[in-house]
Design a protein around this ligand. Structure first.
Ligand SMILES: Nc1nc2c(ncn2[C@@H]2O[C@H](COP(=O)(O)OP(=O)(O)OP(=O)(O)O)[C@@H](O)[C@H]2O)c(=O)[nH]1
Ligand SMILES: [Mg+2]
Length: 852
């Protein structure tokens, strides 16, 4: 296998053809097969120049085991090698690339056509470490020696290299004669010196010795054709000199400006291009150029390797879905591997270029992997925030104070985040995660702030709810029983409840580390809220003051001091009772007119009493014209914002109140009179005595005849039934004439009704009893003017009764007597339905009016 490889390596390929074209592809194949590219700087390039058919190819093949085409000895001397060929030396270390050049001064190109000769010579000098100059022994010292133009060319072109490498010129004297080399060499060197001196040099190198540019070595070989054995022997000895030729003291021990093996082909190509274009060849610049191109190539290749590295691809895809533990370490290792590969391959190129390209490669790689790092940081950021949220919830549920929970959990979440970041950073990069750390801190602070706001808002709502519960109902009930102590009681309730709820709230706020000023503000807001509850409740009740006043009036007016509903029997002092009831209502009004947070006593009640209650109607009208203390929209001692009912409103309210309650008083008086009438239905005693004396005969006749007595009895029953049916007493309440008209109109239907009833009862007696659906019961009307009656009921008080109600009342056989009805609040209201005032007896109405 190794032999095959060696054979392949030793097989010569054409690098530059006879037309001067660079055969890049075949040369690349050769480089790959010969494995030159991986040699770094450990390789040497040997080329040979010399006259045509001077046995150059033969020598190289013998010396290096190559297979350059040689001239067939039997076909005569003609050009064999065209252009430049290349092969790898077999069995010599370090790797030695051998180049066989077309012979000089050949007849084939013509005497004047030395362009290719010069170009190939310059090319060989530019890229070779050792140049063998093949020459015939008999040419030494000869003026017209064949190799003289060649040397001249070599030296001339050497001047075109700005900073030439120090090339070893090994003169191989062929077909040596008996003259020992010791004698030949000085002559040769003298010739060389002469030629060197004769070459026109640039000003800078005018006095530069040849040794500055060349190591001149000389060796001689016997004729291959005549003394082949000796030739081979001495060639083997010469071959020894090519072992370790680049080591110090070796044939090319002090060479300079070596192009790394991987850039050799490219470098050769570029040099040839420059030479062909007949430009000056700046080798140092060329070297930098080669290094640049090659390092770029290497860097690109390594970058490509990284992008397709499966380990990197795994990490990249894993990081899309979540944090990757050990990200920094893993990625750093991958980057390291590829950077080391670059270093290994680019090590022999120009240092500055290599480093610059390395840096560039590194930054490209870091740019490639940085998005993954950012992605990871985002995961870590979200994770830190989530952790904070969860642990804060747990801490709060565990009863830890808010501020302490936030502090502890912020610290632990940020620590975890920082650890994650440190784990994600790769050693090659100086990635800064302070900004995202700040961002996480801000996220956490924002969340903590929002939770705190929410909790504080909840706390405030809870405190408000507590205050509302603690104040609303008690205040309402205090207003229900409003009297002169009401506002003092309300203030007490307010003080007691706020002093129990607010300090507790403040204490809770300190758990949230709310600063003193905002905490005080929050407490103050709650205090205001508590006040607003009381004030709103008060305003609410004030808006219903008329109802309350009427309720209060009814409570006092319709109930005695034991809260038993009054029965107006005629003994009561309606005037005094009505006054008490109104006084009570007015007192209630005085409580309702203003919000009294102040403990200062005010004169509102006395003003109301004196203005509204006391004095006759006439005196009131008179005083109204002069100085009416109620003709104002403000109370003297009360700020407008605490005024709920203005004095002027009080006045109109009182007016309305009186109007709405006077009917009750009228009714009470009427009831009393009706009661009195009911008790004096019998005729006067003198009339009874007159009847007994004058009707004695008729009475006796009736008593003696049972038939008369029976008819009288039946007639009495009939009349009684009709009287009940027609409610005679009621019909005649409105006067005799209307009573007669009304009774006569109802008489016939009533008799018919009675007969029907009797017939129906007779039928019912003969019919089996059937289960009848219960008749819908008439709902008892609500207790009007009861202390709890709503406004609607009060309105109903003044509305005409519905037809149903009107019919139901007289037809109900079980309806109580009118006197007892009047005594109960319900009937009291029933009887308040509008009736023409003119129909009432004059004395009754005047009595009631005097009370009203
Ligand atoms: N006299 C003599 N002839 C030799 C020697 N070595 C080779 N030859 C002969 O010289 C002839 C040319 O050999 P090549 O090796 O082809 O010579 P070359 O210099 O490569 O020729 P080109 O490639 O055409 O320039 C052949 O016939 C060889 O046999 C030698 O040492 N002495
Ligand atoms: Mg040849």
């Amino acid at each position: 296998m190794e032999e095959t490889t060696d054979a392949a390596a030793a097989t010569a390929v054409q690098l530059i053809d006879g037309e001067g074209e660079f055969a890049g592809e075949s040369a690349e194949r050769f480089m790959a097969a010969a494995g030159v590219a991986g040699c770094g700087l450990s390789y040497a390039v040997v080329s040979i120049m010399g006259p045509q058919s001077s046995g150059k190819s033969t020598l190289l093949n013998q010396l290096f085991g190559t297979n350059f085409r040689e001239m067939d000895a039997f076909r005569g001397r003609s050009q064999t090698t065209k252009g430049i060929w290349m092969a790898r030396c077999v069995g010599v270390e370090p790797c030695t690339v051998v180049m066989d050049l077309e012979g000089t001064d050949g007849r084939e190109r013509g005497e004047d056509d030395t362009a290719f000769e010069k170009q190939s010579s310059l090319f060989a000098l530019a890229i070779s470490d050792i140049v063998l100059i093949n020459m015939w022994c008999h040419d030494i010292g000869r003026e017209q020696a064949a190799n003289k133009p060649l040397l001249k060319t070599v030296f001339q072109v050497m001047m075109r290299l700005f900073s030439p490498r120090k090339t070893t010129l090994l003169f191989v004297i062929r077909d040596k004669t008996r003259t020992p080399l010791e004698h030949l060499e000085p002559v040769l060197r003298e010739d060389i010196q002469k030629i060197w001196n004769s070459v026109a040099k640039p000003e800078a190198h005018k006095d530069t010795p040849i040794s500055e540019f060349f190591n001149v070595e000389v060796t001689a070989l016997p004729s291959f054709e005549e003394k082949e054995e000796q030739f081979r022997e001495q060639v083997q000895q010469l071959r020894q000199r090519f072992s370790n030729s680049i080591a110090p003291g070796g044939l090319a021990g002090d060479r300079r400006g070596v192009v790394p093996a991987s850039g050799f082909l490219f470098s050769s190509q570029q040099i040839w291009k420059v030479i062909r274009e007949n430009k000056d060849l700046d080798l140092p610049a060329h070297k930098v150029m080669v290094a640049t191109v090659r390092c770029d190539e290497i860097a690109n290749e390594k970058f490509g390797c990284l992008t397709s590295d499966t380990e990197w691809l795994d990490i990249e895809s894993a990081v899309q879905s979540g944090p990757v533990p050990g990200f920094g370490k893993k990625l750093g290792y991958i980057v390291d591997v590829h950077m080391q590969e670059y270093d290994k391959e680019a090590v022999y190129f120009d240092e500055a270029v290599r480093k610059a390209k390395r840096q560039h490669l590194e930054s490209r790689i870091l740019n490639l992997v940085q998005p993954a790092f950012q992605k990871l940081l985002n995961h870590l950021r979200l994770k830190a925030l989530e952790k904070f949220k969860t642990s804060l919830n747990l801490s709060l549920e565990g009863g830890q104070s808010f501020a302490a929970s936030v502090r502890d959990n912020t610290e632990s979440s940020l620590n975890e985040f920082e650890q994650g970041c440190a784990d994600a950073v790769i050693k090659q990069a100086n990635w800064d995660y302070s900004k995202i750390l700040e961002k996480v801190r801000r996220d956490i602070e924002d969340h903590a702030f929002s939770v705190r706001e929410k909790k504080l808002s909840e706390l405030t709502t809870q405190a408000k709810e507590k205050l509302r519960k603690a104040l609303a109902e008690p205040v309402e009930s205090l207003f229900d029983a409003a009297d002169e102590t009401t506002w003092a009681s309300i203030r007490n309730v307010y003080r007691r409840e706020t002093e129990s709820i607010l300090p507790q709230f403040l204490k809770t706020l300190f758990g949230y580390e709310v600063e003193y000023v905002p905490a005080e503000q929050m407490v103050s807001n709650l205090r205001d809220y508590a006040q607003s509850i009381v004030e709103n409740k008060a305003k609410d009740e004030a808006s219903k003051v008329l109802i309350h006043m009427k309720e209060r009036f009814t409570t006092v007016f319709s109930h005695d001091k034991d809260s038993i509903p009054r029965v107006w029997t005629g003994k009561e002092d309606v005037r005094a009772i009505a006054k008490d009831a109104r006084t009570a209502a007015l007192k209630l009004l005085s409580v309702m007119v203003a919000i009294r947070w102040d403990e200062e006593e005010d004169r509102i009640e006395s003003i109301l009493m004196s203005t509204l209650l006391e004095g006759s109607v006439v005196s009131k009208i008179a005083s109204a014209a002069h100085a009416d203390p109620l003709a104002s929209t403000t109370w003297e001692e009360i700020p407008p914002k605490f005024t709920m009912i203005t004095p002027a409103q009080c006045k109109s309210l009182w007016k309305q109140f009186k109007a709405e309650t006077e009917f009750a008083i009228t009714q009470a008086v009427s009831t009393q009179q009706a009661h009195r009438r009911g008790n004096s239905k019998l005729p006067p005693p003198w009339a009874m005595v007159a009847i007994a004396v004058l009707g004695f005969n008729e009475i006796m006749m009736l008593l003696r005849n049972p038939l008369y007595l029976f008819l009288l009895f039946v007639g009495y029953l009939l009349a009684k039934a009709l009287a009940v049916q027609l409610d005679i007493s009621r019909e005649f309440q409105n006067g005799v004439v209307p009573g007669l008209i009304s009774v006569s109109a109802k008489l016939l239907p009533t008799i018919q009704n009675l007969v029907n009833k009797v017939a129906a009862e007779q039928q019912a007696e003969h019919r089996p009893p059937a289960v009848e659906p219960p008749e819908p019961q008439l709902q008892p009307p609500p207790l009007l003017l009861s202390p709890r009656s709503p406004m609607s009921e009060l309105r109903r008080l003044h509305m005409p009764l519905s037809p149903v109600r009107k019919i139901a009342t007289p037809s109900s056989p079980s309806s109580p007597s009118s006197s007892s009805t009047m005594s109960s609040p319900r009937h009291f209201v029933d009887d308040q339905k509008p009736r023409p005032a003119a129909a009432q007896p004059e004395n009754e109405s005047s009595n009631a009016d005097s009370i009203v």
